[in-house]
Design a protein around this ligand. Structure first.
Ligand SMILES: CC(C)(COP(=O)(O)OP(=O)(O)OC[C@H]1O[C@@H](n2cnc3c(N)ncnc32)[C@H](O)[C@@H]1OP(=O)(O)O)[C@@H](O)C(=O)NCCC(=O)NCCS
Length: 134
């Protein structure tokens, strides 16, 4: 699913390896028909949380699933946690979703991502953060 959705998708063995790592959490959204609709992968080290991947299957988008996954991450964060992520500057859907849920841009990593397609320039990453209360 990630390979379809993201140019920077991790190879499957890397994703499988992340399951085994301490401090990593993977949550899936799976409706009653048993189709995998989406998932997120996050690193959770006390109050420092990094959202590593958030992907919703193309057929399931714009139905609120990405928002629900993000809300799950926020709801289960300890008091005072910061949730940080990187997103391609051109990924307007994801940026809108994160802004909608209270994430704000805190930095830019210039030319961080490989080109989305051959021939295009490298792309900036926006570093976004959600600051929990408490
Ligand atoms: C980004 C992504 C996870 C959003 O998942 P989703 O389930 O479609 O999101 P939701 O339905 O919960 O959308 C919530 C809000 O986000 C914003 N949003 C989501 N998709 C959008 C789009 N294509 N264009 C503009 N805004 C969008 C809207 O504000 C939307 O609210 P609305 O539907 O009431 O207008 C999904 O598009 C995806 O998997 N993309 C490919 C992988 C990816 O880019 N992941 C993020 C990497 S950092």
């Amino acid at each position: 699913m990630a390979a379809e959705a993201l140019p920077e998708a991790w190879p499957l063995p890397v994703v499988e390896g992340a399951f085994a790592l301490e401090h990593h959490r993977m949550v899936v959204a799976q409706p009653a028909d048993a189709t995998l609709a989406g998932y997120y992968l996050a690193s959770v080290v006390q109050t420092e949380i990094e959202l590593l991947q958030l992907v919703v299957a193309p057929a399931c988008r714009r139905q609120g699933i990405g928002g629900k996954l993000l809300e799950h991450l926020i709801r289960h964060a300890p008091a005072g946690a910061h949730i940080t992520l990187e997103v391609r500057a051109s990924n307007h859907a994801a940026i809108a979703l994160y802004q909608h849920h209270g994430f704000r841009q805190i930095a830019t990593r210039v030319a961080y991502y490989r080109p989305a397609k051959p021939g295009l320039p490298r792309e900036d990453a926006l570093v976004m953060q959600y600051r929990g209360h408490g």
